[in-house]
Ligand binder design. Structure first.
Ligand code: SF4
Length: 381
């Protein structure tokens, strides 16, 4: 039986950031967090009954801000995970943390309950930029959290950063890159700011001065070159790791492996079936408190056709610097790869795609415009 990944959504934050469109509640009072984690624990134990024959090799607590949970609540969640599921001895257990919510007591508890990877949202080392983003912390606050986690014995740390921020210049971003690399985390994720609907930034989008495409490309080039020089391998469009530091959980998403999601807005993909839970904490908690399962949405709508499965497989693999193997594709789907995705050859000639070890993969230049190239390839089929 194939191993499973678990994604557990903790939909609470101290305050909503100006760019964020994830499902999370900016502030919760009157025992709302306890009520949610109680329901989550019940759900984990009950759902685990269905997967007694499977082992779990990755657990990811994301959000929101999982580090907002008290020591007691995080311990409760882990007891429920262990009661419901069988974890492999080398299971990768990640938790997302935000500066300002990490204490020594919590960090020690993380280590004790087996959390072996922490992902910290820093976004920028410039306090003015942090303020514009609506983050609750400064660079000093981040340094304090990072120190606490290292001293507690967390050996695998990711730092999240962003670029193409309002009024940001390439030199500002290079300062963030250099400072972050000096911390020597095992992993760095770097995302280009996108102004999404339902965010504070969207409401004031006409007043924001954002870097143009040329400046964005300079930032992206600096990102790839600087991190390569510091010993980080780019293994996905936005993800960079020291040797052995790739995030095993996220690789499950990009290589179409099975995972189960828990919590409002969480997605699952298991034995070829996909579903999600609605973006409503009340619906999720009420269903569980009434002894029911939360409604699984889109279960049937997500049944993909064979062609959609092929295209999804290729699109996901192309996110990775290892790229897509025509041989594996043909063994899996019985369809000639180069006939279906013939336009890749054109992008190979233009230097956006390269063939390495028999696989087609994006070059850094190709990664930067990958959304455009992927839709062009799909339209040409
Ligand atoms: S801390 Fe993360 S999840 Fe919470 S509002 Fe900010 S970006 Fe969104």
């Amino acid at each position: 039986m194939k191993n499973l990944g678990l994604y557990i959504h903790i939909p609470f934050c101290v305050k909503k950031c100006n760019y964020c469109d994830f499902y999370s509640l900016g502030c919760v009072a009157n025992g709302g967090i306890e009520r949610y984690t109680d329901a989550l624990c019940k759900h984990l134990k009950k759902e685990g009954e269905l997967y007694k024959d499977r082992e779990v090799d990755t657990v990811f607590l994301g959000g929101g801000t999982p580090s907002i949970l008290s020591v007691e609540l995080i311990k409760n969640v882990f007891s429920a995970i262990n009661e419901g599921f069988r974890l492999t001895p080398s299971c990768e257990i990640s938790l997302e943390a935000n500066p300002g919510t990490v204490t020594e007591e919590k960090a020690k508890a993380y280590k004790q309950i087996g959390i072996n990877r922490v992902s910290i949202g820093l976004q920028s080392v410039n306090d003015r930029e942090l303020n514009v983003l609506g983050r609750i912390h400064t660079l000093d606050g981040f340094e304090e959290s990072y120190r606490i986690l290292r001293e507690a014995g967390i050996e695998n740390i990711n730092i999240d950063i962003m670029y193409a921020l309002p009024d940001q210049k390439t030199d500002d971003f290079i300062k963030t890159l250099d400072t972050v690399a000096d911390f020597e985390p095992e992993h760095i994720s770097a995302y280009c700011l996108k102004i999404e609907e339902n965010t504070n930034f969207y409401k004031i989008r006409d007043t924001l001065i954002l870097p143009d495409e040329e400046e964005q490309y300079k930032m992206y080039e600096a990102l790839c070159n600087k991190l390569a020089a510091k010993g980080y391998e780019q293994y996905e469009i936005s993800n960079f790791a020291k040797k052995g530091g790739r995030c095993v959980h996220n690789l499950k998403y990009w290589t179409s492996q099975d995972y189960l999601g828990f919590g409002p807005s969480a997605h699952s993909c298991i034995d070829g079936v996909r579903y999600s839970y609605s973006e409503s904490i009340d619906e999720y908690v009420n269903a569980i408190c009434e002894g029911n399962n939360p409604v699984k949405l889109h279960e049937t709508e997500y049944e993909l056709t064979e062609e959609e499965k092929m295209d999804e497989y290729v699109m996901l693999r192309l996110r990775l610097s290892d790229g897509v193997s025509p041989e594996e594709f043909e063994n899996r789907f019985g369809v000639r790869f180069e006939k279906r995705y013939k336009k890749l050859n054109m992008y190979e000639k233009s230097g956006h795609v390269v063939k390495k070890h028999g696989n087609f993969a994006f070059t850094p230049k190709g990664f930067f415009v990958s959304n455009y190239i992927l839709s062009d390839i799909l339209e040409s089929i």
